[in-house]
Structures are given as C-alpha cells and as structure tokens.
Design a protein around this ligand. Structure first.
Ligand code: PLP
Length: 404
C-alpha cells in the first residue's frame, strides 16, 4: 500500500463547499419543491459574448485545416498575447516577456507554491481565497492545524476587517518569505488604494519578502483612483509577482485562461532571477495554454473585445448594486460590491453558519458563510453578484420579505 501524503489530512477549507451542499441537499429533501437560488459561489453565469465566441470558433476551425494547424506552442504563451496583456492591462508597465500565459490564476498559484517549495513562511489575509492556505498546506509549509483558534501554527494571518479598513497593521506582523494579497478582494470586496499598496510594497522590501498579488478581479475596478495592479506602485517590480485571469472579466471560468507576471527585477536571496525559475517550472510542469483559448484572449483585448468585457462586467456589477442596496435597505452593514462583485455583509454577533442556514431555510437562497474563508469571516456572509438577473431579483425579493 502507498503511504498517504500526511499533509492532505491537514486540509481544512475543503469542507466549505461540500458542507454548503450538504445543508442545501438536506433542505431539498425536506422541501423538494424549493426553488433554490445560488448567490454562493464565484462562478460566472452569462454566455460568452459574440466577438470573443467568434474568435474561439475560428481558431477551432483553423485547426481543422493544414494551413491553420499547430501543435505545441511556446509554454510561456503566444508572443502576441503576452505583449497585448502587457500593453492593454499594464499600459506597458511590464513587458511581454515578463507575462506568462497559463490555464488560470488558481493553477498558477499552485505552481508558484511548487516553485517556492515547502521551506518558506507565508502570510495570508484573513479572510481569504482558500488556495493560498490549502496549497501551502499540501506542500507542508504550514505546520499543524489548531482547532482552538482555527489557524495553522506556521501561517501568519493578516486580519482584514472593517476595524482596520480591511488592511492589516503591517508593523505588528513578523517577517515571512511570502505575502499573499488579493485586491479587489475575494471574499470581502475591499480594494486597496495606492497608499495601502505602497505600504505593502515597502514592508515587503524592508523584509526581503515576495508579495504574490492576486488581481483576478482588477477589471471590476471602476474608480480610476484605485490601482488595478501592484505594479502601479513604484519599486513593486523588485518585490512582487502578480497572478491574474480572464475568468471573471469575460466569463472564461470554464474556458480557462490566465497569466502571471514575474518581473525581470525580482531576485532570490542568492541573486538568481525568480523569472528563470518560473520559466523552468512552466516549461517543466505546463505545456502551454490551449491555442484556441489564447486566440479568444487576443480577441478579448482588441477594441470590440474590450467593449464586450466592459458590458459583461457592467452586468455583474448591476447585480452587485441590486444586492447591496437591498441588504442596506434591510439595515445590514455591507462592504464591497462597488469595485468588486462580492458583497460582504455583517450579521453582528451572529454565527455565520447559523445565518447561512437561516437565509437558506427562509429564503431558499444559497450564500457563503464568511467563516469558511478564515476565522475573521465569523459573523459575515458573502453574497456573490454572479447570477442571471431574474434570479438575483427574485433572491432579493425573498430577502426583503423574509429577513425584514
Ligand atoms: C476566481 C478566482 C481565481 C481563479 O482564477 P482562474 O483563472 O479561474 O483559475 C483566482 N483568484 C481569486 C481571488 C478568485 O476569486
């Protein structure tokens, strides 16, 4: 028999969505006619837009011809797409050869964790997107789970709550090798302004840490004053890697396309370029993103594609306004939902699993209990703006009727 990787049994967060489903299925067993609406998971719901769909179709059709066929491409992605990402999303702040195209941001986070290995200390925002912790746990970089405080012994938790404007008191934190930071944030919807990111970069540089900046929702930022990339901060190229994605801005959650920027300036302790190791990881463990999908990504970055991207984001952000206004009108304190598709809602003094169950049973609406994203999520519920409009309208009608 094969010995199981002992780190696998330390995983905690894997229980979040299965547990949500278990409670939902129990409701459906009691009440088989319940029309359950999900404002729970961060999954896109609207169809791909016409111009982008057309590019995917043409790319697939091209592969069926001898002129159009191609096999393996560059592991780092098509040169044209790398340059277009650098120019359109980063306005030339990074160059095409610092952009590595991939099958998604989550997959890149996993590969970054492989690159850094198990002998690194990590800091994460609390609450946060589960893969930062779980991937670190699998590699054995976290120590044991402590049931009392619901923390891993060797992870530094950067509490992000309304009390600190969702930005940690950095000076009180110990040095770590890696700092995961997500803005716009999933689950809180908070977006770090330039002054905060400047502090973060200064802190990382002072400690010789590397920031892994997750900007999967950057295109949801409407406020022109808010930074869409860590590289808008001077000096960040010596201290940060950025992972990002086409999933949320154009609905490529199932299509799969993302990228990671590893600046040429970023170095390890011994002076070796991080970029060279990342290139080695990508050429060893990854064989390049789908050529069809990369053509879709290219189409998303031309004039028509960008218009379609705007309309997709506008649609979800209208959902966010509808949800946020309804919760506000019921007297709940809400955060996020303005430059991010999540509404982080406080149910003061309540247990988030209990509130989750109450909303499900009374309104037949699935949400996500904040505690599932970390101990600081206790008392909060995350409402996701991803949904068909009629479902969102029906869900808020029920919330107003049943939670008032
Ligand atoms: C959805 C999401 C991702 C996943 O992106 P993919 O490119 O689909 O793998 C990454 N980070 C955050 C914070 C997300 O919410």
């Amino acid at each position: 028999m094969v010995k199981r990787n002992p780190n696998m049994s330390k995983l905690q967060a894997g229980y979040l969505f299965p547990e949500i489903n278990r409670i939902k299925n129990a409701l459906l067993e009691k009440n088989p006619d319940a029309k359950v609406i999900s404002l729970g998971i961060g999954n896109t719901t609207e169809p791909l837009t016409p111009h982008i769909t057309e590019a995917l179709k043409n790319a697939a059709a091209g592969l069926g011809t001898s002129e159009g066929y191609s096999g393996y491409g560059a592991e780092q992605g098509m040169k044209e797409l790398r340059e277009k990402i650098a120019n359109v999303f980063y306005k030339g702040m990074v160059s095409g050869d610092e952009v590595f195209v991939s099958d998604g941001a989550k997959c890149d986070i996993g590969r970054l964790q492989v690159m850094f290995g198990s002998d690194v200390s990590v800091a994460i925002q609390d609450p946060s997107y589960p893969v930062y912790v779980d991937g670190s746990v699998i590699l054995g970089a976290t120590g044991n789970y402590n049931n009392e405080n619901k923390n891993f012994d060797n992870i530094v938790y950067m509490k992000c709550s309304p009390e600190n404007n969702f930005f940690p008191d950095l000076e009180s934190l110990p040095r770590t090798d890696l700092i995961y930071f997500c803005s716009p944030n999933n689950p809180t919807g908070a977006v770090a302004p330039k002054a905060q990111l400047k502090k973060l970069v200064e802190f990382a540089k002072k400690n010789n840490s590397i920031i892994i900046f997750d900007s999967a929702y950057s295109q949801y930022i409407k406020d022109p004053e808010l930074p869409r990339s860590i590289f808008e901060i001077p000096g960040a190229k010596e201290a940060a890697i950025e992972v990002s994605s086409f999933s949320k801005p154009i609905g490529f959650t199932g299509v799969r396309l993302g990228w990671t920027v590893v600046p040429n300036e970023l170095k390890f302790e011994d002076g070796a370029l991080v970029r060279n190791d990342w290139n080695r990881i990508m050429t060893t463990l990854f064989n390049g993103a789908s050529n069809i999908v990369q053509k879709g990504g290219l189409a998303a970055l031309d004039d028509n594609g960008l218009k379609e991207m705007d309309s997709t984001i506008k649609f979800y952000m209208e959902n966010a306004s509808i949800i946020k206004e309804s919760l506000d009108s019921l007297g709940f304190k809400t955060y996020g939902g303005v430059n991010a598709p999540y509404i982080w809602t406080l149910f003061k003094g309540r247990d988030s699993w209990e509130v989750f169950t109450e909303i499900l049973e009374k309104c037949h609406v699935v949400t996500t209990p904040g505690e599932g994203f970390g101990p600081a999520g206790q008392g909060f519920i995350r409402f996701s703006a991803f949904g068909h409009r009629e479902n969102v309208l029906e869900a808020v009608k029920r919330l107003k009727e049943k939670l008032a």
